[in-house]
Design a protein around this ligand. Sequence first.
Ligand SMILES: Cc1cc2nc3c(=O)[nH]c(=O)nc-3n(C[C@H](O)[C@H](O)[C@H](O)COP(=O)(O)OP(=O)(O)OC[C@H]3O[C@@H](n4cnc5c(N)ncnc54)[C@H](O)[C@@H]3O)c2cc1C
Ligand code: SF4
Length: 360
Amino acid sequence: MKPFTYVRARTLPHAVDLFADRDDAHFVAGGTNVTDLLKLGVLAASHLIDVTDALPREIETLPDGTTRIGAGVSNAVLAGHRAIRGRYPALAAALLAGASGQIRNAATVGGNLLQRTRCTYFQDVTRPCNKREPGTGCPALAGAHRDLSVIGGSGTCIATHPGDMAVALAMYDAEVEVLHTDGRTTRLPVGELHRLPGDRPDRDTVLAPGEIVTAVHLPDPGPHRSAYRKVRDRQSYAFALVSVAAAVTAGPDGSTVRLAFGSVAPRPWRAGTAEERLRGHALTDELVRAALDAEFAAATPLPGNAFKVEMAKAVGLATVRDLLAGRGENTPDQAHDVPGPAEHRHTPSAPAEGPEGAAG
Ligand SMILES: Cc1cc2nc3c(=O)[nH]c(=O)nc-3n(C[C@H](O)[C@H](O)[C@H](O)COP(=O)(O)OP(=O)(O)OC[C@H]3O[C@@H](n4cnc5c(N)ncnc54)[C@H](O)[C@@H]3O)c2cc1C
Ligand code: SF4
């Protein structure tokens, strides 16, 4: 047992002060990830700074139609919030697909975003791991990599960001609000929070030590139809093999599709190439399939996880197809606004492949 101090920060500036100049301090929010890693010996902390009293816990709809979610809001409260369920249904679905009811009660928005990878070697201190101990190697490359990245990884690390919530946030163009150690507050897109490993796999995110995620900002999504679908080894209480958050918005020039994939990359993978290829076109199965082929053309899977590339494309196609056919969650005022299959010259097809992304 390694001794450590435990202090509850009263305010955010207090949390920043407590962290200052401490090499091995860690923030604790819900504690569902950080305490596991401490018990496994993956993290060695001398100072634990509990930020749950200091973090904002409000969910506010602002006058400009955007939404601000305090980083201390629990995953359970966020999933059940009326404005989130009504205006960002794919986000509510993603949250409910994660972990278990007990964990969602404790887990916070900030902690969920910053949870560490579930790569088994990272969690096993008897094995080398470049993320845990830079320069020791990556046994996953020639070992157990079934769950790991197929795109965006590097020769030093192919870990994934394993969470669900961040995938939906990336699809909705959310931004993360960060309090810096000098007192400044800035915002950055959720899609830029997590780093690709490159030659620094030990750095999961762009945050510097002592920086605190204080809130998440969601733009006004407007009327849209959306879904979150998660494929996993069992229907509940399991991390995704592949997930997708998708939304279809009707516009004068046809529908706009937004897509982000989870558990295929070191960060939520916003499918910008596919989205661009679909913009302004009649959305047929063939076109969606070609757009997803283009998105994953840069994939570099390994023998044990090549199936994830085809799985991601299949789940992406099935989810877009369902949204165009009127299935998926509607925001309240747009049930009839998104053109259905006939208007898209969409070919009716078999039911969605893969398990439905229902609550886990
Ligand atoms: C059995 C099990 C199953 C799970 N299944 C899923 C799943 O299916 N999908 C899924 O998405 N997740 C899953 N999880 C992960 C779970 O969602 C995360 O553990 C949880 O969201 C982390 O939130 P937390 O508040 O408990 O974070 P903590 O454990 O308190 O912290 C996590 C990390 O974030 C840092 N941190 C926390 N808050 C802040 C902040 N505001 N600013 C800066 N740093 C901060 C901490 O220092 C730590 O490094 C599962 C977990 C378990 C144990
Ligand atoms: S994939 Fe990353 S986390 Fe997993 S063993 Fe390799 S370096 Fe470590």
